[in-house]
Design a protein around this ligand. Sequence first.
Ligand SMILES: Cc1ncc(COP(=O)(O)O)c(C=O)c1O
Length: 386
Amino acid sequence: MAVDLEGNRRAVAGVAPYRRALASGSGRLFAMGRGALVHGLQLLGCGPGDSLLLPEYICRDASDPLLDAGYEVRYYGVDQGLRIDLSSLDALIDSSTRAALVVDYFGFPQTLDGIARFCRDRGLYLIEDNAHGFLSADRGAPLGFRGDIGIVSIRKTLSLRDGAILLVNSAELRKRGPMDPGIPRVSWGSAFRWGLAIAGKVVARRLPRALPTLQRGAQLLGSTGSRLPPPSAIPVPPDAKATASLGPISGESWFEIAHTDAMKIILRRRANYLRLLDWLQGDRRVHIIFPELVEGICPYVFPILVDDGSRTIEEFRRRGIAADYWPDLPPSVSVSPDLYPSAAALRSRLVTLPVGQDVRVRARAEEKGSRGPRNLAERLSIAYRP
Ligand SMILES: Cc1ncc(COP(=O)(O)O)c(C=O)c1O
């Protein structure tokens, strides 16, 4: 399948909307998405004792800080296509309910019409959690700008230790005046050091490509299971948890974000996604959750549903493919699979495949000439071969 890279340039919003939000005082930087969320709720006038609606399929990284801050969290349904089950919402609300949070899973836009109407009719705030979709847009409309407030965990897409943004979108909230954008001061000395560090990362990334033999050796090691660490809820930079998660963004991450080549990242992620689509479409062992990549979407990963998620992840990783599960569910959801069957099924069946800017998925044409039918992990190891 030919990947139309130039065509992808249409409908790409890039970093401009975030820059505009920071400049106009409707955006504020944080270390992490969870900090942006807690702060955003305060701006909405929510506080301890209020109840919030979250999807049952969500990570505890998002729900724990809300519980810590004294909110009561109630979980609504999400189907196996990651769409909101509107029929589950009404039974959850009472006079303490203040807001509903929706997730744009893996950088793909959630359909908001139904829940936006639900919130409007009942006087609830709508929060767009676009933690996974920095740089992602729906036909030119950037994600994170569609609820009363939105959050974006920039660090995930860019693989940084920290970096997130809160977006205040409602005209009523904006009337209260501009926010401090939270942009750190960067001295010349630190800019020079970080510039060198970024250059070092670029060289380190390119070196293996210049040394295919070494790369091949590393891949062979991978096939014996010794290269990849154990699976986690999608790679999180290792020291991320140690960051003061509710605090401000670090100068170093801000410097790196400000020097990001957004177009390159979007094009690479889209090209990787489209190529995987070509590899996997029609394979009966796999259900593709998002079989279409609408213009402007910058995917975080390629999610698939399989019969046995953990076995598939194990087989993939044995072949050097950095597949993961998602997420670590909130404890109250994971202990009650009867109450939350959809989340339990997604947690056991959903596998994420990497499409990040640090990987390059091969075109399927390269499969030609190699031996006949193989198992899924074997086939995909060709797609991911360096
Ligand atoms: C859907 C969702 N929302 C919010 C968050 C919180 O983002 P962060 O890890 O940057 O705090 C995460 C990530 O863990 C997430 O997956």
